[in-house]
Design a protein around this ligand. Structure first.
Ligand code: MG
Length: 396
């Protein structure tokens, strides 16, 4: 079997949605600059048919065996690196030799150990796992030793939901009613809001706890945008509300800060992170310094499905849990359903982003009753819904 072509295609479609997709955006590291902080969420343009215009870049790996491996979605940078740097290495190669192709890609990009290069290699690896699953006629998790269970709990991430108190309470009740047993919120406030900002975060958590009841897990994601004093204050003042974890309170490079933070918190709340770290070597450093309670490397960014199996082994050996970041539900399902529930206990479901990222898929993954079922389609289950594609533009 040989790879005959590697294509990145931008699909355009129209997604019905009542009103704008985003009610709010997450806090970003650059929000320390007031003019940047004042910028709201970037909305999708509205089309004449009334839907929101969706543009998604997909990667397709064609073979001479009538199998095409697919993964999505890619950023423009990721696609450019795939097409310019990795494509020449892949044409004519055996797509089942994922270890060789990962190693060849890694060794061929000296700057590709992190950032865009690793994102590109990750996407290629995921598409090759789709080829492999389709070639053998089984879901990709079966090739990795799954299924380890019939379904898994999904926790829901409310990225993009309004943070107004009444909206938070109503949304939380709806999500609990829908069966979710864990809810993650993205506070817009941070250190520049001073103690009033801590107060707003505490109010958010209190509102969620009140609406969700005592048994639902509550998590916060600070997306690398807090500092040590703000995080310690939030942890102290929400202790009675039982936060499950605070995610990425500090920039990913601030490993000394994470070490200090963990000492200062003394186990008061768990610290999660790793979605902006790359490969076994990057996660391995965090593990050696014991910087996180929970690891969230993303297969679509941190090295692909192949690399996540190695990361999973490292995290397991350190006795920590691993809940892959929710960029690609298909890749995460391949890993999750091949892992011990003791290592990967659940999946993340981004309730606004996941439908957007899966808009062009014939069989998107959706939680039912707060749980995600083991995929049954061969490969990653990435077949496209042709009637949703209004335009397809190959990228050079
Ligand atoms: Mg996150």
């Amino acid at each position: 079997m040989k790879i005959t072509d590697v294509r990145c295609v931008e699909y355009t479609g129209s997604m019905p949605h009542p009103g704008p997709l985003w009610e709010q955006r997450l806090r970003r590291p650059a929000d320390i600059y007031p003019d940047v902080a004042a910028i709201g969420p970037r909305q999708l343009p509205e089309r004449e048919d009334g839907g929101l215009e969706v543009r998604s870049i997909f990667l397709h790996v064609d073979t001479d065996e009538q199998v095409t491996g697919t993964t999505a979605v890619l950023s423009a940078d990721q696609a450019q690196c795939v097409m310019g740097t990795l494509r020449p290495l892949l044409i004519g190669a055996d797509p089942l030799a994922t270890e060789k192709l990962w190693d060849l890609g890694y060794r061929s990009m000296i700057h590709g150990r992190a950032g865009t290069g690793m994102l590109a290699l990750s996407a290629v690896d995921c598409a090759l796992w789709d080829v492999r699953g389709q070639y053998f006629g089984v879901p990709s998790h079966v090739l990795l030793g799954g299924p380890t269970r019939d379904d898994v709990p999904a926790y829901v991430s409310t990225l993009g939901d309004s943070l107004a108190v009444d909206d938070v309470a109503r949304r939380t009740r709806e999500l609990v009613e829908a069966g979710f047993r864990g809810i993650k919120w993205f506070p817009r406030w941070g250190p520049d809001h001073g103690h009033a900002g801590v107060g707003k975060v505490v109010e958010l958590v209190a509102t969620v706890r009140e609406a969700a009841g005592p048994d639902v897990e509550i998590m916060l994601d600070a997306w690398s945008s807090w500092d040590i004093p703000f995080t310690v204050a939030v942890a102290r003042e929400t202790e009675a509300l039982r936060l499950r974890w605070i995610e990425e309170p500090l920039p990913a490079d601030d490993t000394a800060g994470y070490a200090s933070l963990r000492r200062l918190l003394g186990g008061r709340v768990q610290i999660a992170g790793g979605e902006h770290e790359y490969t076994r070597w990057g996660i391995g450093r965090l593990l050696r310094e014991d910087l996180l309670d929970l690891y969230q490397a993303d297969p679509h960014w941190g090295g692909g499905i192949s690399e996540m199996t190695r990361i999973g082994a490292l995290v397991s050996a350190a006795g920590r849990p691993f809940i892959p970041h929710g960029q690609s539900l298909q890749c995460n399902a391949a890993l999750t359903f091949a892992a011990s529930p003791g290592l990967i206990p659940e999946m993340e479901y981004l309730r606004r982003l996941a439908p957007l990222y899966q808009h062009f898929l014939a069989h998107p993954i959706r939680p039912e009753g707060g749980r995600i079922a083991a995929p049954t389609a061969s490969g990653l289950g990435m077949s496209l819904a042709a009637d949703r594609i209004l335009d397809a533009r190959p990228l050079g």
